[in-house]
Design a protein around this ligand. Structure first.
Ligand SMILES: [Cu+2]
Length: 474
């Protein structure tokens, strides 16, 4: 519908000499052809089957220009149904790419066309909103800012993942229904039976924090392990913009730029006040844009350290002729736990507009545990909003595991952390650590009948930590 309208406009403009010449060229840019397909990766010397999201020239994912349209023809070249979600974009609801919300899965060799305006530049990604995400059915989705084109800066995109030779069904079966699970004090049934209880007073004594649901077979940066990393050729003294995407299903990473100072430019695609650091926490679903100025010639590893464990993934930036160091997958120290320490320092460069009236508040309790592997969200009222409304969601994490919470089709601002207000980052996925309380605010400006709001740990989502936010009348 929208696309036909757009093409009609473009065709009409061909004969209209008054239009600037750039308009028809932009409007008539062809659709990007993407196919969900399979490929073989070398995982520790062993062939690993993975999915791919490929253009006809073999490129993974796609890049667009802000101000243009997201025009994609997506073909399912797999022998099973699938569907792809455009994480972080604000498409019309029907084009969000979540099975049944509202469109069905794509059958083998079915094609579906997408066409909607791309207002915001940024680092996004695309992935299956199914267990196929574990099989690397994911790719970068970059929306360039026309203002950045003149910048003398080399773009380097890093997609992180976690890989298993097991199927996601096997992984899930391994943690579900373990003996003793029913004895856990925080299981799903117990919580659901007492919806009004005040869980902030629950005795958490003796319960340790949980990190990492699974031991994966490999941790990947751009499909490669750290002992055989991608080496990106860079210029001596060059300026780099890293666009880093955590596409892992259940692995939090800390980005570590080693000896290089990195300037945080954007999180989840949206600009923040520049902040210099060498370590940045990146939970599943999140992205960060880092600007680097290389001090000299040399080789500069950009690492992703697994949360609470010694494994690492990464790439190496190297000038011509630089000696490439051999890096072990296992580091000497555990990767840091993902906390809100960095989130508290982030300030948006692109705040929400002043609200027209009072915000509509929602509260969500996040619960579950590793033992029974039953995860969920308890919401006192359904997430029902009216178009034009400002809404807030306060998330209390009552579990002992970190949850990266993602809202589809909207950008939210982090406005309060553990009771302290802040003009925090505008993003689409935020970490809620164990026992923490985070409030996000967003404008209901993209009507839909059911926008997913869920944990971006794939297995938490698959075990119940997902709900939807719907507009009145949609
Ligand atoms: Cu979770």
């Amino acid at each position: 519908m929208h696309r036909r309208h757009f093409l009609a406009l473009a065709a009409g403009s061909l004969g209209a000499a008054a239009l600037p010449p750039s308009r028809p060229a932009l409007a008539l840019s062809p659709a990007v052809r993407l196919a969900a397909t399979t490929r073989i990766l070398d995982i520790n010397g062993r062939p690993g089957t993975a999915y791919g999201l490929m253009q006809p020239d073999g490129r993974q994912g796609a890049a667009f220009m802000a101000g243009g349209n997201f025009r994609v023809d997506l073909t399912n070249a797999l022998s099973e149904p699938t569907l792809i979600h455009w994480h972080g974009l604000e498409p019309p609801w029907a084009q969000d790419g979540v099975p049944g919300l509202p469109l069905p899965l794509l059958q083998p060799w079915e094609m579906r066309s997408y066409d909607f305006p791309l207002a915001r530049p940024g680092t996004y990604w695309m992935h299956a909103h199914t267990l196929q995400e574990q099989g690397l059915l994911a790719a970068p989705l970059i929306v360039h800012d026309p203002a950045d084109q003149a910048r003398d800066e080399q773009e380097v995109v890093i997609l992180l993942h976690d890989f298993s030779f097991k199927t996601p069904e096997e992984l899930l079966a391994g943690v579900k229904g373990k003996p003793g699970a029913a004895l856990q004090p925080m299981d799903h049934a117990h919580m659901s039976a007492q919806p009004g209880m005040d869980m902030s007073h629950m005795d958490m004594g003796g319960m340790a924090m949980d990190v990492n649901d699974f031991q994966f077979d490999a941790y990947l940066a751009n499909d490669r392990t750290l002992d055989d990393p991608e080496v990106v050729r860079v210029e001596r003294g060059g300026r780099i913009r890293l666009r880093i995407i955590n596409g892992a299903t259940a692995t939090g990473y800390t980005i570590d730029t080693g000896t290089l100072d990195a300037t945080v430019m954007a999180v989840d695609g949206t600009a923040v006040e520049p902040l210099v650091t060498r370590q940045f926490p990146l939970a599943m679903g999140q992205r960060v844009d880092l600007r680097l100025a290389l001090p000299a010639a040399g080789a500069f590893p950009i690492l992703a350290r697994r949360e609470g464990a010694k494994e690492r993934a990464g790439i190496i930036l190297a000038t011509a002729g630089a000696a490439i160091p051999r890096l072990a997958v296992m580091g000497t120290d555990d990767g840091p736990l993902l906390t809100l320490a960095m989130e508290q320092r982030l300030r948006t460069a692109d705040p929400l507009p002043a609200p027209a009236g009072d915000a509509k508040p929602f509260e969500a309790h996040l619960f579950g545990n590793m033992a029974s592997y039953d995860w969920g969200m308890m919401l006192p009222t359904p997430l029902k909003v009216q178009a034009g409304q400002r809404a807030t969601i306060t998330m209390h994490n009552m579990s002992m595991m970190m949850h990266p919470m993602h809202l589809h089709g909207h950008h939210f601002q982090v406005v309060e952390i553990n009771g302290t207000p802040l003009a925090g980052a505008v993003r689409d996925t935020v970490i809620v650590p164990p026992m923490a309380k985070v409030t996000i605010a967003f404008d209901a400006a993209n009507p839909g009948g059911g926008w997913p709001f869920h944990c971006h740990n794939l297995y938490h989502m698959a075990s119940g930590m997902m709900t939807t936010m719907a507009y009145d009348g949609a």
